[in-house]
Design a protein around this ligand. Structure first.
Ligand code: NI
Length: 423
């Protein structure tokens, strides 16, 4: 498949590059000078289509699309305990199936090609992802010290984990305030034995930091080692808002990534994660939306823009958290965080997970190969996405979903929402 005369950009490049991009099967085959490839084209970009690596939404709860708008403007613990958990207790497998597909409509149309998901009835999420053809890292959210739930998580690994395919499965201890340390250690040990990653929430709120120090009587950084997170193949720590700044260096060089969810943290009033310090210390940082109930969009463009702006404003430093760093967080760092090693850059032999961006828009007048990255982060939006490919296959193109039935999903999702809220 030839993508003719397009501008490619990934986070390893200083400037965009005009080229003919050839995709063969599931991977990028070659990058040739523009208008030099001798084969029929799939598209002719005429220099005004950008091709980027697909975005990775490295932390979220996809089926929470069905809970969007519940308990708006409430503090996190009140929001969880009074508005979210009671509705989640009523979730049935079909709700998760349709709620996840609803999330996928939104994510694919915004150029997300890989997503992390921690939720319940994850076989339904896996089926939804398989139908869509999207790449993902799934985990069954684990709370308490219930062996049966861990067994469900392990069972999901056995049934769906495919190291050479699109679907990876990880273990998902929800957080240290919902999973006791001993049970958390057991989960980490199981992940290590299975050779899979971990997704968890860590230091999202000031309350959680106090809980660890005063209820558990632990240090929140030493506790990472105590519950085995340094020993698993890789781990995602969602949020890290309250990570003590003088201890950040202890994460550098580890196989843990912090997933920054700037909009969820802002909306829930949790604070602003010390992202400039994470980056300075060489800690891996990826980007995520978190669930639609606390964002409320599943839009990585929005996260990129918010991330690039809040740290500049709060540090009064226009040079911090640069657009190129944000693009890296939204692509290759997200892929690494979830354990994908050939995803997130445009390179021959790497997965052809690509997003096409229409540059023939008013807000892109004046862009050059040199400023494309800043133009995308500061001026661009998910509305500019013209196409999304995962492993060389079109999943979204010119406003149409190729694998998902939009009308059916919207209808079913509305029905699910009604059922969940009925008394
Ligand atoms: Ni979350």
């Amino acid at each position: 498949m030839l993508l003719k005369d397009v501008l490619i950009l990934d986070s390893s490049m200083d400037a965009a590059q005009a080229c003919d991009l050839i995709v063969s099967g599931t991977t990028v085959d070659s990058i040739l000078p523009p208008r030099s490839a001798d084969m029929p084209e799939e598209i002719d970009g005429k220099g005004s289509i950008a091709v980027l690596p697909g975005f990775v939404n490295a932390h979220g709860h996809a089926a929470m699309t069905l809970l969007r708008g519940l308990g708006e403007e409430a503090p996190l613990m009140e929001w969880l305990q009074k508005r979210i958990w009671p509705v989640e207790a009523r979730l049935r497998p079909e709700h998760v199936f349709w709620g996840t597909q609803l999330a996928l409509l939104e994510m694919l149309s915004g150029g997300i090609t890989c997503f992390a998901d921690m939720y319940f009835f994850m076989d339904q999420a896996a089926e939804a992802a398989r139908l869509a053809g999207i790449r993902c890292a799934l985990s069954r959210g684990l709370v308490g010290s219930d062996e049966k739930k861990l067994e469900e998580g392990v069972d999901l690994v056995r049934r769906y984990h495919d190291p050479s395919g699109l679907i990876r499965v990880q273990l998902g201890p929800h957080a240290i305030y919902t999973v006791p340390p001993e049970a958390f250690s057991e989960i980490s040990k199981t992940a290590k034995d299975l050779g899979v990653g971990i997704q968890t929430h860590w230091l999202e709120t000031e309350w959680e930091s106090g809980f660890i120090r005063h209820e558990l009587k632990k240090d929140p950084v030493s506790l990472l080692a105590e519950v085995g997170l340094f020993d698993v193949p890789f781990a995602v720590l969602a949020h890290g808002v309250w990570f003590p700044e003088d201890r950040i260096h202890e994460l550098a060089g580890s196989r843990m990534s912090v997933v920054h969810n700037p909009k969820s943290n802002l909306k829930l009033g949790s604070g602003i994660a010390p992202v400039p310090r994470f980056l300075e210390e060489g800690v891996r940082v990826a980007l995520g939306t978190d669930g639609a109930a606390s964002n409320n969009r599943l839009d990585i463009w929005d996260e990129m823009r918010t991330c690039s702006l809040i740290h500049k404003g709060s540090h009064r430093d226009p040079c911090t958290v640069r657009a190129s760093e944000v693009l890296r967080m939204a692509t290759v760092e997200g892929a690494r965080a979830l354990g994908f090693t050939d995803v997130g850059l445009i390179r021959p032999g790497w997965q052809a997970d690509l997003v096409l961006v229409d540059l023939d828009r008013p807000h892109y007048v004046g862009l050059t190969a040199e400023n494309l990255c800043t133009a995308l982060v500061y001026s661009g939006s998910s509305a500019d996405v013209a196409g999304t490919l995962v492993a060389g296959k079109w999943l979204y193109r010119d406003g149409d979903h190729k694998t998902l039935e939009t009308g059916t999903i919207l209808r079913k999702a509305r029905d699910c929402r009604k059922e969940l809220l009925e008394d």
